[in-house]
Design a protein around this ligand. Structure first.
Ligand code: AMP
Ligand code: GLY
Length: 419
C-alpha cells in the first residue's frame, strides 16, 4: 500500500488528502502541516511548515513516502520539486523555474506574448516616469498588477485618471523601483481550467470551474482568496471549452517545452471569455482554493494512479462524474478579508448533514473546532443542477445558525449565463 504526502494546510489540501484516501492503493495520507479539522481515517499530520523544503524532504525519506503532492504555490516557487527530485523522491509539481508562471507575472506575460497566446496587452514598468508614460497607452479602466506573489491582493482595477495617478505616486514613494504590470482591462466571463500535466506531454483536463472572488453577494466588495465555487459549467458550450484548451493551454505547454522548461504539475489557467474569444488572465501552478474542493470529488478514477501514470509519462484512464453539479461555499470569520476576527465555533460534519466539509483555518479547543483565521472551511453539496445544490447548501447552513460569514449566491452565474 502507498503513503502520500500532501503539502499545505487549507481546505484545498483537505480535499487533496480525501481524494488520495479514496484510492484503493493508498492507506496513509500525511498532511504537512495540515489543520486540526483534518480528522479523517487514514490521515495524519506532520508538524512541518509548507516552506520548510529540507524538513519536508527529510520527513518524506524517513517515512517512506511514495508520492508527494503540493497544494499551495509558495513551496513550488521556492523549489520543493527541485529539492525532492535531487533526492530521488517522487513529487508532482513544477520545478522552481516553471513555477515562475505564477511567481512572476512578467515572466508569464513574456511567454504569452512571445507565442501570440491571447491575453490582455500589458507593459511592465519599474519607475514613476515610465509608469506615467505607459498609462497614456491604455484606455480606462486599466489594471495594475504588482509583480511577485500577492495572493490576489496585488491586482487593482483603476477606473479613473485621478486614482491611477494617486496609486502610482503612492507606490513609487514607497518603492522607487517597484515592478508594476499595467494591463488592458478585459471584460467578459471568467472561468478556470485545471490541467494535470505529466511527463512527455501527458495531460488530463479536469472539469472546469468558476470561483467567486468578491467578498459579498452580487460580486460586490473586496477581492478575497475565493468565497465559493462550482463545477462543471453547464452554460459553457463544449466547443468554447475546447477552444480555450487549444488556444490557451496547449500552446503554453508547447512554448514551455520549447524553452527547455517542460511543465509538470497542475496548470491553472484563469480565462476571460471575451467577445473576441478566450484570453488568459493569469496562470497558477497549483489547484485553486476553493475550486479544488468542487473539482476533485468529481473524479471517479483512482487519483493516486492518475498521478503516478502522469509522472511515468503514461496517459491515465480518467473518468469524471457527469450529471451532478458540485457547489462549495466558503465559511469565513467575520471581518474577512480585511480584519478577520477569529474565535467563532466551527461546525463539525455532524452539524451539517448531507454536506462535505473541508477545513482550513481552524483549531481544536475543548473538544470542538474554533476559527483561527480568515477562511475557515468549505462546505460542499452535489445535486442534479446548480439551483438544487444551492438549495441544499443554504438550507443546511441557515439551520446551523453559525457565527461565521458566507456568501448566499454562490453559483449564480450558472443561472445568469443560462438565460
Ligand atoms: P489575478 O491575481 O491576476 O488572478 O487577478 C485577480 C482578479 O482580477 C482576476 O480574477 C480578475 O477578476 C481580475 N483581473 C485581473 N486581470 C484582469 C484584466 N486584465 N481585466 C479584467 N479583470 C482582470
Ligand atoms: N481561487 C483562486 C485561487 O486559488 O487562486
Amino acid at each position: 500500500m502507498a503513503k502520500v504526502l500532501v503539502v499545505g494546510s487549507g481546505a484545498r489540501e483537505h480535499a487533496l488528502a480525501k481524494a488520495f484516501l479514496k484510492s484503493p492503493q493508498v492507506d496513509q495520507v500525511l498532511v504537512a502541516p495540515g489543520n486540526d479539522g483534518m480528522q479523517d481515517a487514514g490521515l495524519s499530520r506532520l508538524p512541518i511548515k509548507a516552506n520548510d523544503l529540507q524538513g519536508l524532504a527529510q520527513a518524506a525519506e524517513e517515512q517512506g513516502v511514495d508520492l508527494t503532492f503540493v497544494g499551495n504555490e509558495d513551496p513550488l516557487i521556492l523549489g520543493i520539486v527541485d529539492e525532492f527530485e535531487a533526492r530521488g523522491l517522487k513529487i508532482f509539481g513544477p520545478r522552481a523555474q516553471q513555477a515562475q508562471l505564477e511567481g512572476s507575472k512578467t515572466f508569464a506575460k513574456e511567454v504569452l506574448t512571445a507565442n501570440q497566446i491571447p491575453t490582455a496587452r500589458a507593459i511592465t514598468v519599474t519607475s514613476l516616469v515610465a509608469a506615467e508614460r505607459a498609462l497614456e497607452k491604455f484606455d480606462l479602466p486599466v489594471v495594475f498588477k504588482l509583480d511577485g506573489l500577492a495572493l490576489g491582493k496585488g491586482v487593482t482595477i483603476i477606473q479613473d485618471l485621478d486614482s491611477a495617478q494617486r496609486y502610482l505616486a503612492d507606490l513609487y514613494q514607497r518603492d522607487p523601483e517597484a515592478k508594476l504590470v499595467m494591463e488592458e482591462f478585459l471584460s467578459g466571463v471568467e472561468f478556470s481550467i485545471f490541467s494535470l500535466v505529466g511527463k512527455d506531454g501527458r495531460v488530463v483536463h479536469a472539469p472546469m470551474a468558476q470561483d467567486h472572488k468578491r467578498r459579498f453577494d452580487h460580486d460586490r466588495g473586496p477581492n478575497t482568496g475565493g468565497m465559493g465555487a462550482y463545477s462543471p459549467l453547464s452554460w459553457l458550450p463544449e466547443k468554447d471549452a475546447q477552444q480555450a484548451i487549444s488556444q490557451l493551454v496547449e500552446p503554453l505547454l508547447a512554448a514551455m517545452a520549447d524553452r527547455g522548461l517542460p511543465f509538470t504539475g497542475v496548470l491553472y489557467t484563469g480565462v476571460m471569455l471575451t467577445d473576441a474569444g478566450p484570453k488568459v488572465i493569469e496562470f497558477n501552478v497549483r489547484f485553486g482554493d476553493p475550486e479544488a474542493q468542487v473539482v476533485l470529488p468529481q473524479l471517479n478514477s483512482d487519483f493516486y494512479q492518475v498521478i503516478v501514470d502522469l509522472l511515468a509519462g503514461e496517459q491515465p484512464q480518467v473518468d469524471w462524474q457527469k450529471g451532478q453539479v458540485y457547489l462549495g461555499v466558503v465559511l469565513a470569520s467575520p471581518g474577512y478579508p480585511e480584519a478577520p476576527q477569529p474565535g467563532a465555533v466551527v461546525p463539525s460534519p455532524a452539524d451539517l448533514p448531507g454536506l462535505a466539509v473541508d477545513y482550513a483555518s481552524v483549531k481544536a479547543e475543548d473538544g470542538h473546532l474554533v476559527a483561527s483565521g480568515g477562511r475557515v472551511a468549505t462546505v460542499i453539496a452535489h445535486e442534479a443542477d446548480t439551483l438544487l445544490a444551492q438549495e441544499k447548501v443554504y438550507q443546511v447552513l441557515d439551520q446551523a445558525n453559525l457565527d461565521l460569514v458566507y456568501r448566499h449566491d454562490i453559483g449564480h452565474w450558472a443561472q445568469d449565463l443560462a438565460e
